[in-house]
Ligand binder design. Structure first.
Ligand code: AMP
Ligand code: TRP
Length: 325
């Protein structure tokens, strides 16, 4: 199977990104042809400083490598290094309606969050994501729940293109994790953990033990004191149980039993310990990688060369079918 996914280099990558996406990429790379992208062009659609972007691209590459992506098993590259992404996005825009783009939940959320920065590319964001996916004849797109709607639109665009111009694209399917597809904010467990929100709401993948302790102990819980999984009635504890389960490999049922009658504080203290131990190897690898900038650049350049070959071959077909000589 061909797998494609990406993350925007927009800041600190958190345990939601890890549990919703990256963790699954690690196992997928063993048996599939995987392509993982740092989608820098997507990162330009929300406010950013040019100076920070380069740093964030390197940081995202470090996250990929520290989390366990292996450049000998998958292609790692930066989106803007392969020009075909922007080119195909433009072409896909010609067969997508304004209404379809305006209906996207992420667009509606982002214009609410940044009313001062409603740019046309924010609306066209799903076209570029569709181009990312379709250029590589992708079978599966492993992402968190918030991206499902974009993958579904991508399928619709692929179908429409194939019907109108002749078959070029595969209809990629979304691949959601069974658990962890939507990790919630630590301060408001009814909204998703997001890296553009207040740092109190998320735990960065490379967080220091002191930060982990502070943020988990301050995480919002629910009335009562029972450790029980019930996302509607107990969203706070349910979110922490999900995080606990995914990092420990224990089922929610086992955890409920283990912490029966022990109260929130004992549970949180154990979670702190677990997170400190689980994130420590990431921090160690990050430290190692920070001094290897040339090595990282080489990986990304080699990745871009390999990606370009696939992308160019798809684009050649697209151009021919659309009548562009
Ligand atoms: P982004 O940071 O928006 O580029 O997201 C990168 C990946 O992480 C995507 O696959 C998202 O679906 C996933 N993701 C982002 N936030 C969460 C979250 N709170 N829970 C689970 N997955 C998430
Ligand atoms: N839009 C995705 C997000 O915000 C990132 C992304 C861009 C992506 N292109 C992609 C994910 C292609 C999967 C496949 O998380």
């Amino acid at each position: 199977m061909r797998i494609f996914s990406g993350i925007r280099p927009t800041g600190e990558i958190h345990i939601g990104n890890y549990l919703g996406a990256i963790k699954n990429w690690i196992s997928l790379q063993e048996k599939n042809e995987c392509i993982f992208c740092i989608v820098d062009l997507h990162a330009l659609t929300t406010p950013y400083k040019p100076k920070d972007l380069e740093k964030n691209i390197t940081e995202t590459a470090i996250v990929y490598l520290a989390a366990g992506l292996d450049p000998t098993k998958c292609i790692l590259f930066v989106q803007s290094d392969v020009k075909e992404h922007a080119e195909l996005a433009w072409l896909l825009g010609t067969i997508t309606s304004l209404g379809e783009l305006k209906r996207m939940t992420q667009f509606k959320e982002k214009i609410r969050k940044h009313p001062e920065y409603i740019n046309a590319s924010l609306l066209n964001y799903p076209l570029l994501m569709a181009a990312d996916i379709l250029l590589y004849q992708t079978d599966l797109v492993p992402v968190g729940k918030d991206q499902q709607q974009h993958v579904e639109l991508t399928r619709e665009i692929a179908r429409r293109f194939n019907r109108k111009f002749g078959k070029v694209f595969k209809e990629a399917k979304v691949l959601l994790p069974k658990m962890g597809a939507r990790i919630m904010s630590l301060q408001d467990p009814r909204k998703k953990m997001s890296k553009t929100d207040d740092p109190k709401e998320y735990i960065e993948l490379f967080a220091k033990p002191t930060e982990i302790r502070k943020k988990i102990m301050a995480a919002v819980t629910d009335p009562g004191k029972e450790i029980k999984y019930n996302p509607t009635k107990k969203p706070g504890i349910s979110n922490l149980l999900t995080i606990f389960s995914l990092f420990s490999g224990k089922s929610i049922k086992e955890l409920e039993k283990e912490f029966k009658g022990k109260g929130y504080e004992r549970f949180k203290k154990s979670l702190v310990k677990l997170l400190i131990n689980s994130l420590e190897p990431f921090r160690r690898k990050r430290k190692e990688l920070l001094s290897r900038e040339v090595y990282i650049k080489e990986i990304l350049q080699k990745g871009a060369r390999r990606a370009r070959i696939i992308a160019q071959s798809t684009m050649q077909e697209v151009r021919k079918k659309m009548g562009l000589i």
